[in-house]
Every structure is written in C-alpha cells, then in structure tokens.
Design a binder for this molecule. Structure first.
Ligand code: PLP
Length: 364
C-alpha cells in the first residue's frame, strides 16, 4: 500500500523501556525494577490526587467535559491569564502536534537545536516540513539567529530546559531573541521542566503571561507529566494568545483527555507543596549523581531538570545501559543521539543508591 510519502522519513519514537518488558525479558520482579528512563516523578502524586482519580472511575462511562472548564480556569488562575489563552492536550506532546498541524505543511521550515526533544522532528516530518538544526547540540541562540536570518522558519522550538541534555537558556536571552522573530513565525517555548529550572535558578524562569502579552506569535507549553507526577494521566497544555488557541482548537479532537485525567490534573494544582517537595528532593539527589560522576572521572552536563546526562568516558554507554537493564535498572542510552552517555532520571534516595551500587559492579 502506498502511504503518505512524508512518513518515509519519519522514525518511530523510542519510548523508555516499560517495567513490564524488563519483567518479561529478564525475569526480574516488578517491585525490584528501578525505572529511571522517562523523567517521570518518582514521588508520584499526593494521596488526594490518587483518591480523586479513583473516585471518578464510576463515571468512566460518561464522556469528559470537552470544554475542560475547570482545568482551564485553574490554569488561568495559576498563570494570571484568561481561560481562552489555554488549550489542553493529551500530554503537551499533543499540543506540539496541534501546533505543527495548524501551522505547517509540505515545505514548511521548522528550526530546532541539534539535540533536543525527538517529537519536534517527528511531528514536523509527518506533514513534510523541512527540519533545520543548529550545529551545536545544546541551544545556542546565535546559531538560531544565523539560520533564521538565512533560511527563515515557520516554527521555532526552544526547549527550556532541554531534554535530553538538561541545559537551559536564561529567560532574558530568550526574551531578546523573541523580539527579533517575525510575527508570522510560531515560536514554541517548551516548558516541560520549567518548574525544576526556575527552582534551581530564577534567571531561567519563563513567565508565560508576560510573553504572550508582548508576542502574538509565541506559545508556552506545560505538562503534568514531570513535576506534577501524572505521566500516566497524559495531561499537558499550551498558553498563547486567544487567536492562536482558537486555531489549535480546529485540530484538537473532541474529548482528547479523559475524565480521570481532568480530575487528577485539577486536584494536583491544589497541592503545590507536594510538587515543591519533589523538586527540592530532586536537586538534593542530583548532587549525589554529580558527586558519583566526579568520583568516577565522568563528565556530566549540569542539569536544570529531573534527569542528568553523564558521559561514560572510558566505557561504552550502550553496554553500560544494557548491564544496568540486566540488573533491573532502566536508563536511557544516548548513543542514538551521537553521545557516549546515559541519561538517568533522578530517582528516590534508595533507587539512586541502587544505581550507584550497580554501576560500581559494572564499572569494576
Ligand atoms: C516529557 C516532555 C514533554 C511532554 O510530555 P507529555 O507527557 O506529553 O506532556 C514535552 N517536552 C519535553 C521536552 C519533554 O521532556
């Protein structure tokens, strides 16, 4: 069968290995498995959120509120915006898809950093867009400027902070860049880890309401999957001016998130102290990874997220990742990105201790 030609160039997203697979392939008990591959929140959510989700189950036969009124109102309050500045997606992944499908077609140009979130490229290629990447792996705004000046772009992605490397541009530099971008170029500021970055360093904090008040061509993306501990519920959002939001609603399927997801996200917004506790612990535990890496003579990328990318200097990252997997520890090998490194989500204290013990055995 002949399919959409654009899909010939699209590779399938390789998700972090699920616990179930490690159980099947290595016969390790689920409770012994340490999954640190997809940047989920190892502290999960507070009991109140889990209770609300469980209670809503009896209503599962009814379609969810497609207006998502309550969630939009709660987000509007959190960010000091109006609810018509918000679109909800099944993860912010889906909002990226909305943006690309609304703005791009064959021959459109989409500009991004060389090593960044894989879904940007996948969605852009689905519609036959041309991908432009900076020469440097990490975000370098001068390189973005140079390419933008020469080639133009329909969409620009900035990942703040960047997955899978962990680095983050300063907000002031991002704002200066936005001033130079044409109003017909959609700039997507992906804030999936903004809660972590702005906790570690206030200079990284993007303020969506100020950005959208000043720029009609910018959308900010947030998610409940990382700091809010609801990766399994699939809830993300976009914040932009109401004109862009109404266009995105044209490509949004009805009922795109579930009743349980809506309820969980609304409740999670009421328990910010729990979220902040997780962020605080994240950086305490990250210090242990930095110290461990240094003790082994490994370089690492200073991270503004809930993961850390460590170079496996003197070893082969693919082998190290496989040996960890055999011990029930799932991390992300970065060979596919051209890095001899592993990306590890910062786990809970006892999980991280297991990682260090396993690495000690593997590295000898
Ligand atoms: C995790 C992540 C997302 C979105 O995840 P969802 O679960 O779809 O909300 C978006 N961008 C980056 C960079 C991420 O790491």
């Amino acid at each position: 069968m002949i399919f959409n030609k654009s899909l010939d160039n699209v590779s399938i997203y390789e998700a972090g290995k699920p616990i179930e697979l490690v159980v099947r392939e290595y016969g390790i008990q689920p409770h012994e498995i340490v999954k640190l591959a997809s940047n989920e929140n190892p502290y999960g959510t507070c009991d109140a959120v889990a209770d609300v989700i469980a209670r809503k189950a009896v209503n599962a036969f009814v379609y969810p509120d497609d207006s998502m009124y309550e969630l939009k109102e709660a987000l509007a309050k959190k960010y000091a915006i109006e609810s018509n500045n918000v679109v909800i997606g099944a993860g912010s992944d889906q909002v990226i898809e909305f943006c690309i499908h609304a703005k791009c077609h064959e021959g459109s140009k989409v500009l991004m950093a060389k090593t960044t979130f894989a879904m940007y490229e996948i969605y852009a290629k689905q519609v036959g867009a041309t991908i432009l990447k900076t020469p440097s792996d990490a975000h370098n705004l001068d390189e973005f400027r140079e390419i933008y000046k020469q080639e133009g772009a329909d969409v620009i992605f900035l990942c703040l902070p960047n997955n899978p490397l962990g680095e983050c541009l300063d907000a002031a530099d991002v704002y200066a860049f936005l001033d130079e971008v044409d109003s017909n170029t959609l700039v997507i500021l992906d804030g999936a880890y903004q809660e972590f970055a702005s906790y570690k360093d206030g200079a990284k904090k993007i303020t969506p309401n100020e950005v959208i008040a000043k720029h009609s061509n910018v959308i900010y993306l947030g998610t409940f999957s990382k700091a809010y501990g609801l990766g399994g519920m699939r809830v993300g959002y976009g914040i932009s001016n109401s004109d862009i939001i109404s266009v995105l609603h044209k490509v949004r399927p009805p009922f795109n998130i579930t009743t349980l997801s809506l309820a969980g996200a609304i409740e999670a917004l009421k328990h910010e102290h729990f979220v902040n506790m997780g962020i605080e612990k994240n950086f305490e535990e990250m210090k242990r990874y930095e110290e461990y890496a240094t003790s082994k003579g490994f370089r690492f990328i200073p991270s503004y997220t809930n993961f850390i990318t460590i170079y496996m200097d003197g070893y082969t990252s693919k082998d190290v990742a496989l040996e960890l997997l055999k011990k029930g520890i799932i991390v992300r090998d970065m060979t596919g990105y051209g890095f001899n490194a592993i990306r590890i989500t910062i786990g809970r204290n006892e999980q991280n201790t297991k990682v260090f013990q396993a690495l000690d055995l593997i590295l000898g």
